[in-house]
Design a protein around this ligand. Structure first.
Ligand code: C2E
Ligand code: MG
Ligand code: MG
Ligand code: MG
Length: 291
């Protein structure tokens, strides 16, 4: 009896594993089709505004990729970027995102920047610098308006090779930001290895600002250190007015998150920018600076 139950359980796990492997295979096949299709119409971009505290203006938008997978709705990058990496399609995906978002941003006022995410694998691929300069050339976007977001994962391995790529990107004139700052290892060491333009404080720290003393201390110290080093700070995941006020009063340069706006379509960028700037004029007048 017990033996039989054990066998049943075993069979169940095997079946569940098969199921997971099977749906992963399907996802990979669908993704390959989506990327190979002319113009890749299933892939879409959303743009999330970033506001500059000092001016109360929208200073840029971050491009965030989505996949309108048939039968699955709009799928987020966490679900398919790892798959794209695994099946060797991350270069194609990255090129598509860069080309399209640069073209979009070239229509915005010249004071508005574009931020684009790069995964560690993309960063290590040989053609990255060419891909970036091609996207800039084809769109006519000024290099200084493009900011590339890399995670600490990029900086962990092959430090010399990575620094070379970073230097070449800086030579083109693009800006480099560290994304999800504080979630990797030995973060402070990176800040002396390369002249980064921006640090994006991970939303995990922002989330705990109200309650968690240690997180509040980390955020305050990061802002102070970056200021000392001439690095712009952006806090991500700002969801409440309380977080907005706190970060603004601590001297954080830029804020991004649902409190300001969710990511919007390319068509909505202009209107969203205007709405935010009107709404923020009242929120900002309540900020007390304790610098
Ligand atoms: P990220 O670069 O840290 O982007 C911020 C993520 O947080 C986005 O999720 C955004 O929608 C979400 N977010 C923004 N504001 C808030 C908020 O107030 N609260 C909460 N809870 N979340 C907020 P998304 O779009 O799902 O992207 C997830 C990650 O996928 C991104 O994290 C980025 O690392 C990666 N990613 C996105 N687009 C691309 C891309 O084109 N290429 C690559 N390689 N990675 C991408
Ligand atoms: Mg990012
Ligand atoms: Mg981020
Ligand atoms: Mg993040």
């Amino acid at each position: 009896q017990a033996k039989q139950a054990g066998r049943g359980r075993h069979a169940f796990f095997e079946w569940a594993l098969d199921e997971a492997a099977h749906s992963r295979r399907l996802l990979e096949l669908d993704l390959r089709t989506a990327l190979r299709e002319a113009g890749a119409p299933q892939l879409a971009l959303r743009f999330q505004p970033i506001v500059q505290v000092a001016s109360g203006r929208v200073s840029g938008f971050e491009a965030l990729v989505r996949w309108d997978r048939p039968g699955h709705g709009l799928v987020g990058p966490a679900e398919f970027v790892p798959a794209a990496e695994e099946i060797g399609l991350i270069d194609e995906l990255g090129r598509l995102v860069l080309e399209r978002s640069c073209k979009e941003a070239s229509r915005w006022p010249s004071s508005i920047r574009l931020a684009v995410n790069l995964s560690p694998l993309q960063f290590r691929a040989p053609g990255l610098v060419e891909t970036v300069s091609n996207a800039l050339l084809r769109s006519g976007l000024a290099p200084a308006r493009l900011e590339l977001e890399i995670t600490e994962g990029v900086l962990l391995e092959d430090t010399e090779a990575n620094l070379t790529v970073l230097r070449r990107l800086k030579q083109i004139g693009v800006r480099i930001a560290i994304d999800d700052f504080g979630t990797g290892y030995s973060s402070l060491n990176y800040l002396r290895s390369f002249p980064f333009d921006k640090v994006k404080i991970d939303r995990a720290f922002v989330h705990n600002l109200g309650g968690h003393d240690a997180d509040r201390a980390i955020v305050r110290a990061t802002i102070a250190l970056c200021r000392e080093l001439g690095i712009v700070t952006t806090a991500e995941g700002v969801e409440t007015e309380e977080q907005f006020q706190l970060l603004a009063s601590k001297g954080c340069d830029e804020l991004q998150g649902y409190f300001i706006s969710e990511p919007v379509t390319a068509e909505a960028v202009d209107e969203t920018r205007h709405h935010i700037e009107i709404r923020l004029s009242s929120v900002r007048s309540a900020v007390s600076t304790d610098l």
